[in-house]
Write a protein that binds this ligand. Structure first.
Ligand code: GAR
Length: 205
């Protein structure tokens, strides 16, 4: 089967992207990274991927007068590289309807909580502050809402009595690194079927 070309948008550390790269190298994910784009020139993800010989690109939001122009530039780079699936991996910008329409049904995100609980920023702090006993992570398709798109996979993680946002984040991150490559592999194998809000996983024989 052909490899799916993925384009990754990331703003920071890049540990989820590293897990994706590792899954590709281990043969667990039949994909090829067409581009890694960061909106932040200082992002560690750029250094990390350049060291790993993965094509990286910085598109600095500050160079554009509007969100629309910024997103058009990102979309253009993804199209030039024939990207088939856009993967948000710690991308800290909200995408507008314009970008989401251009890649309709072809954008995935990972969020560090069990959606629909604790959407938006600082999800781990929200879980600690709320006194939740369980949190986790969610991989979902992106729609126009804030972390509201159809859910693909979720993994629960306990919230311990002494947890801070940092200790809970570490525990969730460990689960993220397993969950995201698994969700991507399902997509690349053509095993995800979206029916309204529900994402069905097609069994293999
Ligand atoms: C991850 O915990 C991811 O779930 C979160 O940012 C972190 C990125 O880490 N994403 C969001 O909060 C998106 N709303 P990484 O750069 O090491 O992959």
């Amino acid at each position: 089967m052909n490899k799916t070309v993925i384009g990754v948008l990331a703003s920071g550390r890049g540990s989820n992207l590293q897990a994706i790269v590792d899954a590709i190298e281990a043969g667990r994910l039949n994909a090829k990274i067409g581009a890694v784009i960061s909106d932040n020139p200082e992002a560690n993800v750029l250094k990390r991927m350049t060291a790993a010989d993965i094509p990286t690109l910085c598109i600095d939001r500050r160079q554009f007068v509007s969100r629309h122009e910024f997103e058009a530039a990102v979309a253009e780079e993804l199209n030039i590289r024939h990207v088939e699936l856009v993967v948000l991996a710690g991308f800290m910008r909200i995408l507008t309807a314009y970008f989401i329409d251009r890649f309709a049904g072809k954008i995935m995100n990972i969020h560090p909580a069990l959606l629909p609980a604790f959407p938006g920023e600082n999800a781990q702090q929200q879980a600690v502050d709320y006194g939740a006993k369980v949190s986790g992570c969610t991989v979902h398709f992106v729609d126009e809402g804030m972390d509201t798109g159809p859910i693909i996979l979720q993994e629960a993680v306990p919230v311990l009595e002494d947890d801070t946002a940092e200790t809970l984040s570490d525990r969730i991150l460990h689960a993220e690194h397993i969950l995201y490559p698994r969700a991507l592999a399902l997509y690349c194998e053509g095993r995800l079927k979206v029916e309204g809000r529900r994402v069905r996983i097609i069994e293999t024989e």
